[in-house]
Write a protein that binds this ligand. Structure first.
Ligand code: HEC
Ligand code: HEC
Length: 432
């Protein structure tokens, strides 16, 4: 891909130059001016590693992580796993506006594709690694409802879990002494009177660290698995490559005329590429698109604004003692950002590959279909939530046909081949 070879990115109209498909004397398949925005869509970056997670890239750890991802025993009811809310059959979402497990969440469950490429996790970016994120749901009361002491007990009592854990990571701590290890305990900074927090305070620091280490290691194994959740090629990739190599008939077969119109609106007039950019279709940053508040959720969701504070205070941020690279690039990123009022109401730009497979959409599951999403972008309407909407988002006056074309393009961002079962099914055994 020319753009990648030249290392050029958006805004440089010289990037790529006219494709061979356009030199044939026939009318161009897409507006040549948009090519600088279109080339990066098919420029798949290398699979990123994560130096903050020593198990990232370790096949056996990722295998065990996949086993744990589908494991309902890691919940207080024995019924909830990561896959309950990030179900492969629902595009790694749950099909609900707000998730329901032990309780109801205040945000929508996002899809988990291509997250190894993201810098910040969660809609508000309150984690800066996949493993930091994975510690959250295990101990969240409305999600899996466990605490780290009970987590160790569950791992210790089940032969398959104990065996795999100790083979990969060494023995689990012995928590059989009830005078040192309460029934259930975890730090709950937001509620110092919480029984789990009070129990946590009775533990000595070495015992606290021993159980925290297990929570972190389990999260790192799950994250090692999540690193592998990469999408495969779509018809859009095929189209862009054919354009690049001058294979007009291949390009024409890859995307219909309607989908090509959608692509032009996406890269051109709609200005979608300014946020949904590059191969993942996400600029990895936060924006306020001006959505209404979510029904049934108490309190104002300030998004990124509070997310920065929460990350700074997060015990598992990349710069913490639990990180395997506490002074590296990921950790220093946080030092470079400041909290500003601009961030009020901002949420992370989601990637759009496989988007058709996981309705509803947006941080509160505001829209039931892509048709509704596109109708919103076509006519964003008034906004009186926190902060202010990005000025890029203006009424476009698109016809029904143009809106349908945009939807058709978004639908073409689904992989042509189904993902390998090794990626999206629970393994039968905890280790390869
Ligand atoms: C009860 C449903 C539920 C369960 C169970 C659950 N999640 Fe989530 N997940 C959510 C919701 C809701 C969000 C968005 C929360 C937010 O941004 O504040 C989320 C966010 C995420 C994100 C962030 C994605 C992004 O784009 O930043 C990842 C990664 C993730 N979950 C992985 C997991 C893993 C791994 C597990 C199991 C350890 C898990 N989830 C268990 C509902 C759930
Ligand atoms: C200013 C940046 C920006 C622009 C421009 C933009 N988006 Fe978005 N997009 C976002 C953000 C941020 C979200 C998540 C918003 C939220 O939930 O609060 C989002 C969400 C979405 C979603 C839902 C994703 C999901 O997983 O829920 C789709 C689909 C989408 N955008 C498509 C488009 C299209 C099509 C355009 C052009 C018409 C566009 N976007 C323009 C930033 C942008």
């Amino acid at each position: 891909m020319r753009c990648r070879e030249l290392g050029l990115t958006f805004g440089l109209v010289a990037c790529g130059g006219p494709s061979k498909a356009l030199d044939s004397g026939e009318p161009p398949l897409v507006d040549p001016e948009l090519l600088p925005y279109i080339w990066p869509m098919a420029a798949r970056p290398d699979q990123p590693s994560d130096p903050t997670n020593r198990w990232a890239g370790d096949e056996a750890a990722a295998w065990f992580g996949r086993y744990l991802y589908f494991e309902p025993r890691l919940s207080s009811t024995g019924t909830i796993s990561c896959a309950t809310c990030h179900d492969p059959a629902r595009g790694t979402g749950d099909g609900l506006a707000l998730s329901e497990a032990i309780g109801t969440t205040t945000r929508h469950a996002p899809a988990l594709w291509n997250l190894a490429h993201q810098r910040w996790l969660y809609w508000d970016g309150r984690c800066d690694s996949l493993w930091c994120q994975a510690t959250g749901p295990i101990e969240a009361e409305q999600e899996m409802g466990l605490d780290r002491v009970r987590l160790v007990r569950i791992l210790s009592t089940h032969e398959d879990l104990r065996g795999a854990y100790s083979e990969l990571f060494g023995p689990l701590p012995d928590i059989s002494d009830p005078t040192r290890f309460p029934e259930a305990a975890r730090p709950v900074e937001s509620d110092p009177e919480h029984p789990h927090h009070l129990a946590w305070l009775t533990m000595n620091p070495a015992d606290q660290d021993a159980v925290t280490e297990v929570l972190v290691t389990v999260a790192k194994a799950i994250a090692a698995y999540e690193q592998t959740l990469q999408t495969s090629d779509t018809r859009v990739d095929r189209f862009v490559r054919a354009l690049d190599t001058g294979k007009r008939s291949v390009a024409e077969a890859a995307l219909t005329e309607e989908e090509r119109l959608g692509l032009e609106l996406f890269a051109g007039e709609g200005e979608c590429v300014f946020c949904h950019s590059g191969w993942t279709f996400s600029n990895k940053e936060f924006h306020n698109v001006g959505l209404p508040e979510v029904e049934g959720v108490d309190g104002l969701d300030t998004g990124r604004y509070d997310g920065i504070d929460r990350l700074r205070n997060h015990p598992f941020r990349s710069g913490s003692v639990w990180s395997d690279d506490p002074t590296g690039e990921a950790a220093s990123r946080l030092e470079r950002i400041a909290q500003t009022f601009e961030q009020l109401g901002q949420f992370k730009t989601p990637g759009l590959r496989e988007i058709a497979s996981h309705p509803p959409y947006m941080h509160g599951g505001h829209f039931a279909s892509l048709t509704e999403v596109v109708a919103f972008y076509a006519e964003p309407g008034l906004y009186n939530g926190p902060g202010h909407r990005e000025e890029l988002l203006v009424a476009r006056g698109w016809s029904t046909e143009e809106q349908a074309a945009m939807v058709a393009f978004l639908e073409a961002l689904s992989a042509t081949d189904p993902p390998s079962p090794d990626l999206l099914e629970a393994p039968v055994t905890p280790l390869p």
